[in-house]
Design a binder for this molecule. Structure first.
Ligand code: APR
Ligand code: PHB
Length: 389
């Protein structure tokens, strides 16, 4: 079998790249180790930068998103009962879009499968070969049969636990990592959101976030211990703690209900360099991870896909290589800025176990400066809506 680009991973990165390339006549095959149902069962964030929205439109897969999404012109930052808005519209003229990542992935599957998309599910033992030559190939097994796909390029879109990053020799690869001493306990409930805009709360009991998916589907998080498990938290205990961490005006209006999903995610900052090894390119979570505080996970994958899509089209249409030669440098330049912003927001709004009284004073001074300084708010707004590609 032969194709132009083998894409490993059928998450949002791999599917979006596949659809974008398809529209420019570039042939791809997506290899996904799970089933479509399993991939779509994952609960992920739902904040999209305008850059991601524009990529979805360019991929001709934005119709339902445009119909069902919510446009948000700002967020609310709270510290106890004090709260203030960061107005993206006023400070940047831009906004973000609320549309669940699961819906993004669903839309991408639908459009790929309605067209000529070649997606192989339940693949096993995927391995990438000869990436340092101009004739790389990928092997995998499926239904007990071994397969080989010869190609021009391989896109590693297989997430943090995938094999693509491991294909780059350790002697070449540099990994940067920071683990945070807490997790996020997330609850999905079929209840109306407590606020029209997201509330990021840096309370003295720990971080909390009030988010949403639609007018009757809300997503809430509270910072929790890494030793916690979801079963340690009844719904009542979760709602009680959330109410203690958000402004009292919001707590009074909060509509609670049974959790339809409850999970704990650890927080990590991670980047691997380089994001290219010969004919192999890493995209999205395969190359980098951010703590979810800045809502950058999918949005950092988007800029990788933007750079790689244009680089591959340039190669196939014009035979030029400066796009693929500069991919890693350009992708990492934007990734590191998103890593900094996500790390900064995480430090601003979470309580750290070893925090001294002085550290707490610094945190409060940071929030007070943000509350009272327009330029500080503009810096947050520019990063949250998304820096230019
Ligand atoms: N072979 C084939 N598929 C694989 C392999 C493998 N060896 N390893 C992982 N995969 C698949 C996973 O099953 C998953 O569906 O690759 C896909 C990777 O998808 P994501 O982890 O969602 O990563 P990405 O597409 O880059 O999306 C990034 O999703 O996880 C969130 O927070 C993240 O918002 C960010 C976005
Ligand atoms: C979410 O809606 O799941 C969400 C929103 C904003 C974040 C993180 C998660 O920063």
């Amino acid at each position: 079998m032969r194709t132009q680009v083998v894409i490993i991973g059928g998450g949002p990165s791999g599917l979006l790249l596949s659809q974008l390339l398809h529209r420019r006549g570039v042939d791809t095959i997506v290899l996904e180790r799970k089933t479509r149902e399993y991939v779509l069962s994952r609960i992920r964030a739902g904040i999209l930068e305008v850059g991601f929205v524009e990529l979805m439109r360019e991929a001709a897969v934005a119709e339902r998103m445009d119909r069902e999404c919510f446009v948000h012109d700002g967020i609310i930052i709270s510290d106890g009962d004090e709260q203030f808005q960061i107005s993206f519209k006023e400070l940047t003229g831009s906004h973000v879009v609320v549309y669940g990542q699961t819906e993004v992935t669903r839309d991408l599957y639908d459009v790929r499968e309605a067209g000529t998309g070649k997606i192989v599910f339940n693949t096993e033992h995927v391995a990438i070969h000869d990436t340092e030559t101009i004739a790389p190939y990928v092997t995998y097994s499926s239904d007990g049969t071994e397969h080989r796909i010869d190609c021009d390029f391989v896109a590693g879109c297989d997430g943090f636990h995938g094999i693509s990053r491991q294909t780059i020799p350790l002697s070449v690869r540099i990994e940067y990592e920071k683990l945070y001493p807490f997790g996020w306990l997330g609850v999905l409930s079929e209840t109306p959101p407590v606020s029209d805009e997201l509330i990021y709360s840096g309370s003295n009991r720990g971080f909390a976030l009030c988010s949403m998916r639609n007018e009757n589907l809300s997503r809430y998080y509270i910072q929790c211990s890494l030793s916690d498990s979801p079963d340690d938290w009844t719904d009542d205990a979760f709602w009680t703690e959330l109410k203690r961490r958000i402004p009292s005006t919001a707590a009074e209006q909060l509509v609670t209900g049974p959790s339809i999903e409850k999970s704990i995610a650890p927080l990590r900052s991670f980047v691997t360099e380089p994001m290219r090894w010969g004919r192999l390119f890493l995209c999205g979570d395969a190359a980098h991870i951010v703590p979810p505080t800045g809502a950058k996970g999918l949005n950092t994958a988007a800029s990788d896909i933007h750079y790689l899509y244009h680089a591959l089209v340039q190669f196939f249409e014009a035979g030029e290589t400066d796009g693929i030669d500069r991919y890693s440098e350009k992708a990492l330049a934007r990734i590191w800025k998103a890593e900094r912003f996500s790390w900064w927001m995480t430090n601003l709004l979470h309580r750290f176990p070893e925090q001294s009284d002085f550290d707490l004073k610094m945190q409060r001074a940071d929030i007070e400066f943000l509350r009272s300084n327009r330029e500080a708010q503009s810096v947050l707004a520019q990063n949250y809506v998304g820096l230019p590609y």
